[in-house]
Design a protein around this ligand. Sequence first.
Ligand code: GCW
Length: 682
Amino acid sequence: MATSHPTTTTTTAPASPTVEHPAWLPAEAGRHLGGERVHIAGTGPLLETVRAEFDRAIAAYGGCIVDDVATAGIVVIAGAGTSADAPSAVRDAIDATATDSLSDEGYLLSSRDGVTAVVAATDRGALYGVLDLLRSGRPANGMRREEPAHGIRMLDHWDNLTKHPVMGTVERGYAGDSIFFADGDVRADLDRVARYARLLASIGINRVAINNVNVHQTATELLAGKLPDVARIADVFRPWGIRLHLSVNFASPTILGGLESADPVLPEVFEWWRVATDRVYAAIPDFGGYVVKADSEGQPGPFSYGRTHAEGAAPLAAALEPHGGILNWRAFVYNHHQDWRDRSTDRARAAYDHFLPLDGEFADNVAVQVKYGPMDFQVREPISPIIGAMTQTRVAVELQVTQEYTGHQKHVCYLGPLWSEVLNFRFGGDASPPVADIATGGFVAVSNVGTSEFWTGHPLAQANLYAFGRLSWHPLADSIAVLDEWIRATFPGRDSTTHDAIHSIMAGSWASYEKYTAPLGVGFMVNPGNHYGPSVDGYEYTPWGTYHFADRDGIGVDRTVSTGTGFAGQYPSPWRERFESLADCPDELVLFFHHVAYGHVLHSGSTVIQHIYDTHWAGVEDVARMQETWAGLAGVIDAQTHERVTALLVEQARSAREWCDQIRTYFFRKSGIADATGRPIY
Ligand code: GCW
């Protein structure tokens, strides 16, 4: 939920902590490239980055960069052809790309006779290939071809320029302060940003929006007076193939330009955005575009002028278009002044109701950016139906890497499996394309990074950032295989017992989190404001539209067409029928779509009330197992990481227990039905 954002300025922690964790690119990453001779052919500014990467990786082990291709053990070719004396691995790869050409960002890794080749059509592809080599090691003999599924792989930072007394500089940030901003300005020292850009490039992220979608007063200035400083960040991103985006305030023409109105149909408003945007491109020639949160949680927008969101987007899209810029226009538009007594308004319906009528009215360089669920980044929601419904509009799917509703980076909660469910969802049933293929606007996620020495507060939350990058490149990859990749890269050279232990803690951690928090898709039940810890009725009588309707007889939200809010009818077949029917609705979403009696029997065979009792208990047991397994890793994992995770697991266990006891007790008191197993209730 939006909160007010008082803009107090206090002293800022240093941008670079003393011991910064290397994440999935530890220094040892270069070890397997050893004392290699590396030949680099091609042109383009990113090849400087490639050269520096090799220097960093191989110099320590006696390797060097050589001119002679014939004697090299690693050969990088960006675009250019090669001579006949090139090793066979190189010729194999060149032949392969001759028949099936590579895109701008694709590359081939080929190994034969002790030589590894990275072949790409551009220097950008070569950079991705080389970072892959560093991350995952030299491939065995043979060839691996890599192409991203989509060109837009973007992180949104909810970073503010000034500090909020509780949240610091990052809205919903749990990893320290902003790495970009301090004390109302862009940081002077951007070294940390360069290291961040390297991590992001290594997982294929190619766009970053640096500031909060709630654009407060000082941030509005990023588009004007602070532009030279924004350009400094873009300069740091550029060698890593990352384009910078800005979140902008819809009312900028009035706030910055002194216009009387920001009404998006006015010619002077078009003109204002054109001039402002030309200025941005003069400072940052590869600027990516704008992100806009309009008419949402108090942000200004076209509704103030009686205009639609397509009309609202038009002047910004027109200004960006000649420069190749894109506009990410968020669909998170709903009534946050709802009367809880009003049972007919349903927040879940909002994005579809607002945006479907506008399908086809947005310019080509606009992506409507939709949160994966129709409510708000809950641990379990159905997939937002508007993602599948706008067939004439680019749709970008928005995920949340920062753990706002999934444990604030105090809880281990590996989100890969949640995102895979989203990306694999097929609106039209098994024969229809998955969300991964219909997200024509690409993939966006809210970053979880800050000044924390671990980047992400919780060391294991690095896996979520890694997984988002990898899944935005390969949206249908197995998220558990991605986890294994992350474990191998982050903890290199460990034996399989260690690997398996980390895997067992993380692989099911999203499921565990779901067990001990809000049950069966009903959502929320968190403390209002900070969204951490249990408060079953915290949101029940608020204006936010997030209710569970528990009474003495039952719980859940009737979103059926026949007797409820009609939300189920926003899905095409077969889902509208499946969600509509209590008999067919998947267990995990039953309370999202139906209000049922506590004695309702789930497909699992358990009643709703017994399911609540059992899963909450089981979730706490899962966390106890995580603690035990992690304790066994002392001395095997570096001490800094081991101690931090140990301490956070204590908090996770405490918090899970609190959830468990409050939820079990609440439902016993409401229903009067005993837990069949006789476990304690208070
Ligand atoms: O759920 C809400 C969060 C807000 C956030 C908003 C959004 C940036 O609680 O903090 O604001 O989502 O996505 O715009």
